[in-house]
Design a protein around this ligand. Structure first.
Ligand code: ZN
Length: 462
């Protein structure tokens, strides 16, 4: 892997665009400004590990774009009206709003624990129904939507390149379509824009009678409404590419609007080697994960895989991530104690950029980060504090750009104990093992844990 030194062209971020089926240079609508829309949760139950992954993947992209000097506008919606919300409300005999408000609270609690930055805007579908009714009206006027006894449907085949995001020809989409909705549908791939209300359901008024919008109409109206035509990135989990994102896109195309410039999708989550499913119970609950493990472990796990690859969430690899975080924390404490300020090593940052610009190669970026820690510890052991401080500053830049918070405080070790640790390092350097052991015993007796690292004696409260 080469890095770009001074004088060469600035690296350009390249991303895999689902619509183009390949990695392409990312050129935002407006230089220095990036607009992103990431499909958020439908708030009817607890968030699962798949929600955690897409939130982390797009949080990393957002942070990296901002770190690279862009002004990022990040929108992620809350779908607060949906069949599943209504079903649960009816099953539990509760007000549907009680469910959505509580589930949204749980959602943000999990996101905060994961250190996922809050969106700049989190539009709620129920606040945009008027705009959705207007769009559906225009689609009916354009002759691409039709009314049935149970709603209004979009005629997918009227959009020339329908199926673009599925990367499949129309015929195979039709053959594979689930039979859903009314028999009055003209094609199995037509989808509901408006659902006429059944008794007892929440409703909004429309020219086709009381009802509620379909999910695909929600996102197209909210994304265009907040970010404008030709916004930069539309993202979500791989399962959303088709039909959800394709159906959003089809409506925009049929309405003559320029939609997202780039489509990004992240890979699936497997749990203990099995594709995630509800049957696995609690282990798939994101809140359980962030309570049972260091919440940063999931971010590190996500970073260690390429965002388009599947990840396997297991107890083993979460524990392994926790141990790696402990190494990073120890390093951060050591650096903080040194108290030496330095400019981040430029070559290290160039290599970080090169990895991230290559379709967000976070596995390579994290490998680089751990390599820098190892090299900095070696330099510290060799007494080259200045060079070590420069690599350490690069590590902190990188962890910051990736949203990985390090715990540099972690237990107050008094100066007297740190002095004993320094004396022990001197004794070891002089191969005076008896004295080194005696000093170790002294530190342990004072209630501290002693660890030997490449950078020397590490001490923390027991
Ligand atoms: Zn959406």
């Amino acid at each position: 892997m080469g890095w770009l030194g001074a004088g060469t062209l600035a690296p350009v971020l390249r991303l895999f665009d689902t619509a183009k089926g390949g990695v392409v240079p990312f050129e935002p609508r407006e230089r220095g400004k990036v607009s992103m829309y990431v499909c958020g949760p439908t708030v009817y139950g607890p968030p699962h590990l798949g929600h955690g992954r897409f939130s982390l993947v797009f949080d990393v992209l957002r942070r990296y774009l901002a770190w690279s000097g862009n002004e990022v506008t990040y929108v992620s919606n809350i779908t607060d009206i949906d069949d599943r919300i209504i079903e649960r409300a009816q099953r539990e005999d509760r007000d549907w709003r009680d469910i959505t408000v509580r589930c949204e609270g749980v959602w943000y609690r999990a996101m905060d624990k994961l250190n996922v930055q809050r969106p700049d805007y989190d539009p709620h579908a129920t606040a945009y129904v008027e705009g959705m009714v207007e769009l559906i009206g225009r689609l009916v006027d354009h002759g691409v939507a039709y009314e049935t006894s149970d709603g209004v449907y979009f005629q997918s085949e009227r959009v020339d390149d329908y199926g673009l995001l599925a990367r499949q020809p129309l015929e195979s989409l039709k053959a594979g379509a689930r039979v859903e909705g009314t028999e009055e549908k003209r094609s199995p791939i037509d989808f509901a824009l408006w659902k006429k209300a059944k008794p007892g359901e929440p409703t909004w008024p429309s020219p086709w009678g009381p009802g509620r919008p379909g999910w695909h109409t929600e996102c197209v109206v909210m994304s265009l409404g907040l970010l404008g035509e030709g916004f930069d990135i539309h993202g979500g989990g791989q399962d959303l590419a088709f039909p959800h994102h394709e159906n959003e896109r089809a409506q925009a195309v049929a309405d003559g609007r320029r939609f997202a410039r780039y489509w990004l999708h992240n890979g699936f989550v497997e749990v203990e080697g099995t594709k995630m499913s509800k049957s696995l119970g609690n282990v798939t609950n994101l809140l359980d994960l962030v309570e049972q493990y260091d919440p940063r472990a999931y971010r590190l796990l996500v970073l260690r895989s390429h965002y388009r690859s599947p990840i396997d969430v297991t107890d083993d690899n979460l524990r392994d991530a926790e141990r790696s975080l402990e190494r990073l924390d120890t390093f951060a404490r050591r650096v903080a104690e040194l108290g030496v300020a330095a400019e981040p090593d430029a070559e290290a940052l160039d290599r970080f950029r090169a990895a991230m610009d290559d379709d967000l190669d976070t596995p390579q970026a994290t490998a680089l980060m751990f390599d820098l820690v190892r090299r900095a510890n070696q330099l510290l052991a060799a007494g080259d504090t200045e060079a070590a401080a420069s690599l350490a500053a690069a590590v902190l830049e990188i962890t910051g750009a990736l949203g990985l918070e390090l715990h540099a405080e972690g237990g107050e070790v008094p100066e007297a104990i740190r002095e004993l640790a320094r004396q022990r390092d001197e004794a070891r350097a002089a191969k005076d093992w008896a004295r080194a052991d005696a000093l170790r015993d002294q530190i342990v007796a004072a209630g501290y844990v002693v660890e030997d690292t490449a950078g020397g004696t590490e001490v923390r409260p027991a």
